[in-house]
Write a protein that binds this ligand. Structure first.
Ligand code: PEP
Length: 249
């Protein structure tokens, strides 16, 4: 039985004032059936962990370095995230793959470091519009999975987020059939590589313009165990609407 998860990615948004949103969200908890994770900017991680306290909400990072420490100005190690209160980290987000030219091998090395540090890793995969239109979606997703997901993955330390690049922050969403096709494919690839036990226990999130208004439909799709949410996670009211939809699945 996989626990459902609503994960919020605040990206490079928020100073201390944004913690009022987290406080508002924390006021509505705990949820018996849904895990809630907020990934604020690294500057807010420690304070966010304190605000989340023992509400059941957990906090996570948005990236980490593959090394545990050293001469890497501006970078943050997985151990540092854990030390600041993180229990998870998003890796291989398409914005990192684009803005920082991260390749599958980089994501895999970061994921190994994160798993070694005891963090749950949310590894993002997703196709561009051009790749979808060329009917290459499943090839792209399969390649990203085999390149980015480490061998040490388990149902506890790995979550896979399917995020079509063209759906992120655009208000465009794939059809429910398209989401289902990719999620079923990801599930079968995981089962083939890690065996049925592990493959069936890894949670799969959909990400890309999830809002309170479309969440219930998306959560009804097979092998969708929750969502990775960008814009709609910044406001407690919007994110609560998504959590509510997930609770009702
Ligand atoms: C994201 O960037 O992970 C994301 C899903 O963003 P949005 O919800 O804003 O499309």
């Amino acid at each position: 039985m996989r626990r459902r998860l609503a994960a919020g990615n605040w990206k490079m948004n928020g100073t201390a004032a944004a913690l009022t949103e987290l406080k508002a969200l924390a006021g509505a908890f705990p949820s018996a059936s849904v895990d809630v994770l907020i990934c604020p900017p690294a500057t807010l991680l420690h304070r966010a962990a304190e605000v989340a306290g023992d509400t059941g909400i957990t906090v996570g990072g948005q990236d980490c370095h593959a090394a545990t420490s050293g001469a890497h100005t501006g970078d943050i190690s997985a151990d540092m995230l854990a030390d600041a209160g993180a229990s998870a980290v998003i890796l291989g987000h398409s914005e990192r793959r684009t803005d920082h030219a991260e390749q599958n091998e980089d994501v895999r090395a970061k994921a190994r470091a994160a798993m070694d540090a005891g963090l749950t890793t949310i590894i993002c995969v997703g196709e561009s519009l051009e790749q979808r239109e060329a009917a290459n979606t499943l090839d792209i997703i399969g390649g990203q999975m085999s390149g980015s997901i480490p061998d040490q993955s388990t149902g506890e330390n790995l979550i896979v987020a399917y995020e079509p690049i063209w759906a992120i922050g655009t208000g465009k969403v794939p059809t429910l059939d398209e989401i289902g096709e990719v999620h079923d494919f990801i599930r079968s690839r995981l089962e083939r590589r890690f065996g049925e036990g592990v493959g069936r226990s890894v949670r799969l999130l959909y990400g890309g313009s999830v809002k309170p208004s479309n969440a219930a439909d998306i959560f009804g799709v097979s092998n969708v165990d929750g969502a990775l949410v960008g814009g709609a996670s910044l406001k407690a009211q919007d994110f609560s609407g998504i959590i509510d939809a997930l609770e009702r699945v």
